[in-house]
Design a binder for this molecule. Structure first.
Ligand SMILES: [Zn+2]
Length: 262
């Protein structure tokens, strides 16, 4: 028993929002993660901040997993807004244009450059955040290796009956695991996440694409049926995703930007 006023002091390893300057000032932090979320409705049972919560939490767990392997990885504060140009008619959806994301990312990257960061992982939780174009534009102007991870693609979807796309089984299970107090408890009120099919043959065939006007596609804002979700599935999936992403970060910590292909 310490008996000090510091009982309960528990900043998480590498989580910048929670750390002090002395904790971050020394040593090598060669890998950083920038969580990308969104602010948008998630069916009738998950919070607006679902994507931001997941990006932030996965980043924190990845940082902890890397620290346990002796590799310091810093989880930067999460970007709470994403690209939501097709949901603007849904109340309090907050859109951030891709061009704004590019400006934001450029400033973050340049802020990291003087401090020994060799790789930055954009840890994305929102499908509308198509970050590759940003990376393609920025990479020639920075020595930092820029990488993208869509966290929901890092685990094995076989754990789910149907992972779903937006507020479906995967996302619902994940939030049931990390923030169950934010999930509407009465499952009878959850929307079924039914999404209408496109009128275009090419779009249905997967080789043509048009933006989905959300309110035309789905009645409850969800895409994918959430009702088979459980906290146990969420725990299994998140754990696998965290382990894989941590492995990627550990590799990045030693990566030679001039020899990344064999
Ligand atoms: Zn989401």
């Amino acid at each position: 028993m310490s008996g000090t006023s510091h009982d309960g002091y528990a900043p998480r390893a590498g989580v910048l929002d929670e750390q002090t300057w002395p904790a971050m000032r020394d040593g090598a932090w060669s890998v950083a993660m920038l969580p990308f979320g969104a602010t948008e409705p998630h069916n009738t049972h998950l919070p607006y901040g679902t994507d931001t919560i997941m990006a932030r939490e996965v980043a924190a767990r990845v940082a902890a997993a890397c620290a346990a392997q002796g590799v310091p990885v810093v989880a930067l504060p999460a970007v709470p807004f994403g690209v939501n140009t097709t949901q603007l008619d849904l109340r309090f959806t907050i859109n951030m244009m891709p061009s704004t994301q590019l400006a934001l990312l450029r400033d973050v990257v340049h802020s990291l450059e003087p401090h020994g960061v060799r790789a930055l992982v954009l840890l994305n939780a929102h499908g509308g955040n198509e970050l590759r174009a940003l990376v393609r534009e920025l990479q020639p102007s920075t020595p930092i290796i820029l990488a993208i991870v869509n966290w929901w693609q890092a685990g094995d979807h076989g754990v789910f009956a149907e992972a779903g796309d937006h507020a479906g089984e995967l996302e619902t299970a994940a939030i049931l695991h990390v923030a169950p107090q934010l999930v509407v408890p009465d499952r009878a009120t959850w929307g079924d996440g039914h999404a209408k099919a496109s009128v275009f043959d090419g779009v249905r065939g997967g080789w043509a694409w048009v933006p989905r006007r959300w309110t035309q596609v789905t009645a409850d804002t969800g895409v994918g049926d959430p009702r088979a979700a459980t906290a146990e599935k969420g725990a299994a999936f998140v754990a696998q995703a965290v382990e894989r992403i941590a492995g990627f970060c550990v590799q990045l910590a030693d990566a030679d930007p001039h020899a990344m292909w064999v």
